[in-house]
Design a protein around this ligand. Sequence first.
Ligand code: ADP
Ligand code: MG
Length: 439
Amino acid sequence: MSAAWSPERPDQELVNGVTDLFHAAWGFTPDAVFSAPGRVNLLGEHVDYSGGTVMPLALPQRTFVAVSPRTDGVYQAVSAQAEGVQRATLAEVAPGATATGWFSYVVGVPWAMAHEGLIDEDAAAHLGLDVAVDSTVPLGAGLSSSAALECAIALAVDHAASATDPTRALLAATSEGRRRLAAACVRAENEIAGASTGGMDQSIALQAREGSVLSIDCRDFSVAPVDIDVAGAGLALLVIDTNAPHRLVDGQYAQRRAACEDARSTLGVTTLRDAFDGAPTSERLTHLLADWERGAQDPSRNTSPAQAARITPLLRHAWSEMVRVQQCQDLFDDRSTVPRDGTRWSRLGRLLNDSHLSLRDDYRVSCPELDVAVSAAQKAGALGARMTGGGFGGSAIALVHGDDVSVVAEAVAEAFEARHLTAPAFLVAAPSGPARRET
Ligand code: ADP
Ligand code: MG
């Protein structure tokens, strides 16, 4: 059998395609085309809502939106990935009462931008958009097609708002402006699309640096590029989209988030990350866990001993993942004393393997497909592999030698076939650029 690769189409083909789709839907040529990338997270999983640092990179796969502004407050959209025409005014958009499905990711963005004061109230009443969408980011694969769509729309709204008001500066022109657009996209996804999201996806889509992994401190969403040049070291980051069926997992995510919140309030810290009181280290982790277990017996605490025991493995994941992120940053830091040969790449591989075990056994967000993908990649020679994204399906990543990409992909595809699982799809992640205007 041969491994299936996600189709790669040149950006220009997508720009032309989405322009044609726009023309077919609305009968005229669009004013502009914007795009935003999907992402994959190298390390730092399920720590964004606990104030941890995440290390994503933008994928070459992007979502393109062709748009023209309207002056009647109407938003209407078609997508190459969805059926039918969607239409709404902002007055019809509200948490829990909006256009459902994919259109909520579109119309939620101007709604949130208006609520965050990023477009002024009068302008928001009149502003609208005709939209056509096309994308090479696989939908629902944990590679953040949702944020790619939101962030491309955010640039379109930003641009349309500035076009009608010459005194309004483009938010997309500055890093701080992009941070605020990302916050509005998070709000759109949480409140209008009704999906929990911690902020990593929107930050990387808007702030990515071509060629770099980004380190995002989720306490303040400050970003810094990290020099992890996978391709330069003759390696590749293989992404395995498991194509696992969607499972009912919303409650699972919310439960873990709530448990982390209980622990945070019991400990009296601003975020679980702040419990480290300095850089996260293994020594400090040991102390923190011992303190937590001792404290579990304290009757004055707001978590009962039984509750505290249930939270312990979740805390162990969150804190140990923060330590792994720190160790990864230290490995690739300018001041790192680890040799710049294969040593640090094999150490990175071990961090990925450990992250997977922690997510599987402590945080319990893996699933059979992710475990099969990770262990088959490891057996086929990957330096390291782990599930990435929220879990319960979605994608895994494997750090592999450049020459081994096909071999590892074949091995994973065969392992899926042997277990009668739906065939996975593959792509190679090369760090790409942020949301931008194309034409
Ligand atoms: P992920 O972000 O990992 O791909 P999500 O479940 O968060 O998964 O978001 C996927 C949803 O986003 C889709 O089901 C759809 O509603 C919406 N979406 C994303 N991209 C597109 C697109 N190109 N066209 C239409 N809807 C899209
Ligand atoms: Mg998403």
